[in-house]
Every structure is written in C-alpha cells, then in structure tokens.
Design a protein around this ligand. Structure first.
Ligand code: NAP
Length: 311
C-alpha cells in the first residue's frame, strides 16, 4: 500500500513524483514505456520559454528531468501498463500485478487527434508521419500539406516554408486561431498557400501520399467542387485528445473527454488527482503548466496527510 501512486511519466507525472517523494510520502510512479518523459519525446523544436533553459528539444529536457528523478532517488517502475483503474478503491490492475494506494495522481496525457478520413490510417501504417522540425530538410523543394489552424499547424508550416518546402496550409475555418507571432509571417509567405474554409475529405495515394482532396472552399461566396491538392506529405496538426478512455464512467469528464478537476487538481473522486494534458482543457497547455499542476496535487495530498490522518 502506497500513500500515492502516480500513473504516467510525462512532465506532470515527473513533477508530482519529485514533490511527493520530497514531501516524505510513500510514492511510486508507474510508466508503461521503458523511460519516463511522455510527450517530451515528441517535442522536436527548442524549448525556449521555460525558465532555466533553453534546450534544443524535448528529448534534451527529458534527459535532464530523468537525471533529476534518479539523482533524488525517486521511486518509479517503467514498462508497467495500467489495464484497469478502480478509482474509488484506488486499486490498479497492471501487467505487473495489482497496486494500491491512498491517493492517485493521473498523468495519462493526450494523443494526437486524427482527421478520420479515408487514407489516413494507411498513411500512418506506412509510417508517413513526420515532424516539421526533424524532417524539414527531407522536404526542401517539395510540396506538403499542413492541416489545422492552431499553433502547431501554423508554427510547423512556417518552419517548413523557411527551409524551402512549399506548403499548403489547410484550415476548416475562415481564420487561423494560432498566436499572432506565428500567423503574421505565414499570411504573406511566398512559400505558403493558405486554404481557409477547407475540409480535407481524403488522403490519396496507394504506396505513398500523392495528395489530398479538399472540399468546402468558396469563391465569391459560392461553393467550389472538391479540389485535388497534390502533395508529397501530409502533416495533421489538429490538436490532441485526452487519454481518458479507461476512466470513463468513474469520474466526471467534459464533453471532449477531459477530466474535470478543481483548483487543486482533484477530480470528482476524492483523493484522485489529474495533472497535465489529461485534465480539463487549460486555456494554454505547456510543460510549465503540467509541472505546476504536479506540485499542487502533491502539496494538497501532503497537506491532507498531515492534517487529517485519515484520508
Ligand atoms: P489546437 O490549438 O487545439 O488547434 C487545433 C486546430 O485544429 C484548430 O484550428 C481546429 O480548428 C483544428 N481542428 C480540430 N479538429 C479538427 C478536425 N477534425 N478537422 C480539421 N481541423 C480540426 O491544437 P494544436 O495546434 O495541435 O496545439 C496543441 C497544443 O500545443 C496547444 O495548446 C498549443 O498552444 C500548444 N503548442 C504550443 C506551442 C508553443 O507554445 N510554441 C507550439 C505548438 C503547440 P478550429 O479553429 O476550427 O477549432
């Protein structure tokens, strides 16, 4: 029996682990992958705004956070996947047996949202999934489509264009929602064509991506017939979805599947907390936000231990 079990080893989970351990709680973090780090493994661009850095990419920050965990002797087990949660009883069924705790901190993260159009699953199966920062040089002089209107789509489109890639940025609404810092340079970039009010209906190509079918465009207020946009790659950047499917029915979720929490990060089940990208959609999601949520959950649990005896 642990005081706290943390599930998920991204930045929110790591921060929770460090804080719980240092606050003297009997803690264990479970991570299904072989290494802690979560979404940091997929951040290929520099992390500049986090105080005390910058680092060249998420992998470097992962190394630093992991070294910190080891240096402090924080207890974790990797390669352990929770298959069933019993939140009320704080009981976890995993591939390595059953674990029990008095409190849980869920740091299950989020996964990339899919377009769910014909051709997308095949593209993923063929491993035609790219990162703008990692693969930009591979597409220099070629054409790619970037789909979405948020920070990731617009920042990615700009980065690719600056490295000689011809980009078609396809967004379903009439305006991009990304921050101005990314939108302004994209609007008049000679390497970027922007298709607004445009919905991708299919990713075409048998052995490799050859183009996308786009519907919904208008010219002079009138809808155009679907259009084929030839492209060598498709970057789908349409947000993320919380990894909450195993929790359904046990706690309150919002309409998009995010776990509802209060100010302390506590869910609708007492002594079950959620941190990071899993929980009620923050206005801005960031590593710094997840780290701070881990601290708040850990301190709340510790405070309860000290003041209530019985949780
Ligand atoms: P996002 O901000 O949620 O934007 C998602 C975009 O995809 C929106 O424009 C949305 O359209 C569109 N979309 C959603 N579902 C769609 C669908 N089924 N078909 C077509 N389009 C769809 O997500 P994101 O840009 O992927 O970024 C994820 C998070 O990472 C955000 O919190 C972002 O701020 C953060 N991020 C931060 C930085 C940075 O700070 N440097 C860089 C990159 C990302 P609507 O506009 O119509 O809703």
């Amino acid at each position: 029996m642990y005081d706290v079990i943390i599930v998920g080893g991204g930045p929110g989970g790591i921060s929770s682990l460090i804080w719980c351990h240092r606050l003297g709680l009997k803690t264990l973090l479970l991570e299904r992958r072989e290494e802690l780090g979560g979404s940091l493994f997929f951040v290929n661009n520099p992390i500049i705004d986090y105080p005390g850095l910058p680092v060249v990419n998420g992998q470097e920050l992962q190394k630093r956070m992991f070294a910190h965990v080891k240096e402090l002797g924080c207890p974790y087990r990797s390669g352990v996947e929770v298959q069933e949660f019993n939140l009320r009883e704080k009981r976890l069924l995993t591939n390595a047996g059953e674990f029990r705790a008095q409190s849980l901190i869920l740091s299950l993260g989020a996964i990339d949202r899919r377009l769910a159009v014909p051709g997308e699953a095949e593209m993923i199966d063929r491993k035609e999934v790219y990162s703008a920062s990692r693969d930009k040089d591979q597409f220099a002089g070629k054409k790619v489509a970037v789909i979405g209107g948020g920070d990731r789509a617009v920042e990615g489109a700009l980065l690719l264009a600056e490295h000689g890639v011809r980009v078609t940025l396809i967004h379903r609404r009439d305006r991009l929602r990304a921050r101005k810092q990314y939108v302004d340079p994209v609007l008049h970039h000679p390497q970027i064509e922007i298709l607004t009010d445009s919905v991708v209906t299919e990713i075409a190509g048998k052995d490799r991506v050859e183009g996308v079918w786009v519907a919904g465009q208008q010219v002079d207020g009138r809808p155009c017939p679907p259009r084929f946009v030839p492209t060598d790659a498709v970057f789908v950047r349409i947000g993320v979805e919380p990894n909450s499917h195993l929790l359904k029915g046990q706690l309150d979720l919002d309409g998009d599947g995010y776990v509802r929490v209060n100010e302390a990060g506590e869910t609708s089940v007492r002594n079950v907390f959620a941190v990071g990208d899993l929980r009620t959609r923050p206005i801005f999601s960031s590593v710094a936000g997840s780290v701070s949520q881990g601290m708040t959950a850990a301190k709340t649990i510790s405070f309860r231990f000290e003041t209530e005896q019985e949780l």
